[in-house]
Design a protein around this ligand. Sequence first.
Ligand SMILES: C[S@@+](CC[C@H](N)C(=O)[O-])C[C@H]1O[C@@H](n2cnc3c(N)ncnc32)[C@H](O)[C@@H]1O
Length: 261
Amino acid sequence: MTGTEDDYLHEAEIYDVLWADLNSFDLPFLLTQAKEFGGPLLEIGCGTGRVLLPCMAHVDRAVGVDRSPSMLAQGRVNLSESGVPEERVGLVEGDLRDFDLGERFNVVLAGGQTMFHLETDEDWLAALATIRRHMLPGARFVAGVPVFQEADFTNYHNRQLFVDEIRHPRTGRRIALWDYSTFDFEKQSITRRRVSEILDEQGLVLERRHDIRRNIYRFPPEIRALLEQAGFRIEHEYGDYERTPYAPESEDFVWVATASE
Ligand SMILES: C[S@@+](CC[C@H](N)C(=O)[O-])C[C@H]1O[C@@H](n2cnc3c(N)ncnc32)[C@H](O)[C@@H]1O
């Protein structure tokens, strides 16, 4: 994890605009999982509720856990604007390696690469044990992460890439975003320097900030081993969010797991 207390502080308000494309990427699949397995539903690392809130069309009750107060604050704004009765949704501040909600769920989701925020095997195993404790008998744990291929390392390593220009949803100000990413192949870490520039209408940079985030990426064999060690059985493995079977050249690793007996 990065050292800061809330490493989404400067992203929370713009997250939903910046990552709107994800809604056509992973969301349809995650919604079908919510529909198939039903509530109550838990999302770990729920952030702004990008996944959790649309799931409310299929489940009566859901809880989202996240350690970022700013993401949860945005999630509460989104909840109140969603029209979903607030008593049906819990948004709880907690660390996914160690939380206790005192209830169990039929489906646990981890959307948006949340698992890559876990650094060590111990972090993964602690998170997986916490997830297991919150699962009802027969419940499913559904998550996905990208699989880095050689081309990704070549295309993204040590390059500054333009991400997007957006309007801040609250202030209306122009923001241009750039990423400079470096991979450490030994540590399997990707360190992303996100440069955000606030522009005036003529394009003059009024403010520039740099935020650094480090994620630890994992390859499918490691994830399979961690899941097995934590007492999960993988029921389905997909190579994308359209249920294409996983193959070594797949760009994503998506799994549906149950707790083994
Ligand atoms: C990339 S965002 C994904 C948000 C949401 N799931 C989505 O798909 O839009 C990752 C989220 O995981 C949260 N997170 C990362 N590490 C965490 C931890 N150890 N405990 C709880 N939340 C964590 C972050 O605060 C952030 O909100």
